[in-house]
Design a protein around this ligand. Sequence first.
Ligand code: PLP
Length: 224
Amino acid sequence: MNSTGNLNIAQNLNKLKEKLGDEVCLVAVSKTVSVENIRKAYDAGQRHFGENKVQELLIKQSELPEDIHWHLIGHLQSNKVKSIAPFIHLIHSVDSEKLLLTIDQEAENCERVIDYLLQVHIAEEESKFGLSIALAASLAARAAEGEFKHSRCRGLMGMATFTDDTEKVRSEFNRLRHLFVDLSEISRQQVFDTLSMGMSGDHEIAVKCGSNMVRVGSLIFGGR
Ligand SMILES: *Cc1c(COP(=O)(O)O)cnc(C)c1O
């Protein structure tokens, strides 16, 4: 599954963690990665893992240690929320009011509180999911007013355009950071503290732009 023959997952992780420091949470994106290779990362101390498909997440969650913090980073359909509600650590991809209402309801059914991020569309590409800035702001405001009792809006997630144009990437990340700062101020919930942006190719720019959570896959596990 990996293109690198002499792949050393532990080594890749340690290098990355050293670079990121303690202020930035590293989510190891393990989509398409085997349980065996995820376990290597786990044995090296990694506890936050991200998956983009519910089906794959459920299988891996059942086979791997219980103290893993699972992140759902891909587009989520409302009818799949129920299956991850009992254990999911953070949903990065809330991109509609309907999905948010479902998460809140399923969290209540499980008698727990589910943390989530609002995914904001900052890239040029039309294919990427995400809320407009206006809609993200209005949902964050409603969350801050206490409308949703069983879920907590922890911050924002965004993906930049896939391009070599670093200025463009920087400006998209900066736009998201500005929104994050604005919403932190209106948010009476003190838990609005997470800005998830940056992947293998652009995490360095993202962190410079204020990201405190990066989602990195291929740099750890090799190319998919
Ligand atoms: C796949 C994926 C990542 C990680 O991508 P890499 O380039 O392998 O680091 C991050 N975020 C999301 C939403 C993804 O789907």
